[in-house]
Design a protein around this ligand. Sequence first.
Ligand code: NAD
Ligand code: GLY
Length: 387
Amino acid sequence: MTPTAHPMLQDPKAAISIDGLRATVEVCLQDRTYPIWIGEGLLDQAQVWSTALKPGRQVVVVSNEVVMPLYGERLVGCLSELGHSVSQVVLADGEAHKDFSGLMQIFDHLMQARIDRSATLIALGGGVIGDMGGFAAACYQRGIDFVQVPTTLLSQVDSSVGGKTAINHPLGKNMIGAFYQPKAVVIDMTVLKTLPSRELSAGLAEVIKYGAILDAQFFDWLEQNMPALVAREPAALAYAIERSCQIKAQVVAADERESSGQRALLNFGHTFGHAIEAGLGFGVWLHGEAVGCGMAMAGLLSHKLGQLDAAALARLVRLIGQAGLPLQPPDWPASTYLEWMAHDKKASGGHIRYILLRGLGRSEFRPVEDQAVCQAIEAAQHGLALT
Ligand code: NAD
Ligand code: GLY
């Protein structure tokens, strides 16, 4: 098939004319190519929505009880003024609700409001809303358009980009889902002003991930700029979001369905992290907190396997700590981690595969003997912070 740009990108000047736009990153997937717009005040920018949506559409905004009162009115007001017929679904907040019953609430609304195939679903919220809204859009009438409006740092740098959509099953995270790309991602950095500090730190875990696995220069930049990021300085945040989206877009364009192993690298820290999340019960630790601690554990495993020197491991652990993330893994027997990790999607044929570092900025995906993993878990429990 001849590669063609998504219709909304056919006039590149359209994106450039958006007020408050700082950067545009493209996710290049032939006829499903889409833009990520990053800027300030984009949420209720008429130019954004007149570029992203065809006129006179049914639009369904899916959000939650925290984000909708903060930003819903501005978005819905802008869409209504542009002549769209807008309805909303407001879900309960939190990872614990990223489940089948939350998904059914979206479907109930879509059916009751007689939403048709030409409608667009807009997911306004963090990764939970983005993953659920995207999965609902993938399934409803076998697929309707959707746009991501991520409102947490984590969702802006990671979950809104790349088309992974899912809900959790009690036995495993994100186990029921689909690859389904949005038509656009609208990142309004100003919404981060209301984000709790713990959530900001959780997002920084995914930002650190990109530097650790693929971009040593970005890792250096993060070491120099972590205080500015924690202080939410707009210029620092803008660069961190743009660079993270660029890296994610490149990986997704190269391996959309995680078939060659490249995209699996984005799960650095997630094998241990998912075990922590599932083992404690979803929502006890934030996803990004579990990933942060999981990255330190995966770094320690890489060190024990002789492929990450002590100085590099110390830099990784220090940066994770500076981002305000926890470094003390739950005190379970190592075998409990292995049991939870066996449910992970990266486990294949009974073998758990790990993302390991080969120095900062280089990574690989492979199985490791259980014994080495258990030793690394126990060492991490004795004190990652002291590394
Ligand atoms: P989240 O969606 O639960 O949001 C975190 C909290 O912040 C919630 O209470 C939310 O209501 C609140 N919130 C959101 N925006 C806010 C704002 N601007 N101001 C104040 N409060 C705000 O969590 P998250 O960290 O954004 O996402 C985590 C989810 O993302 C997990 O389910 C994870 O599996 C998923 N994820 C998916 C991918 C992917 O590729 N699809 C990647 C990473 C993570
Ligand atoms: N967050 C991992 C991925 O999108 O592949």
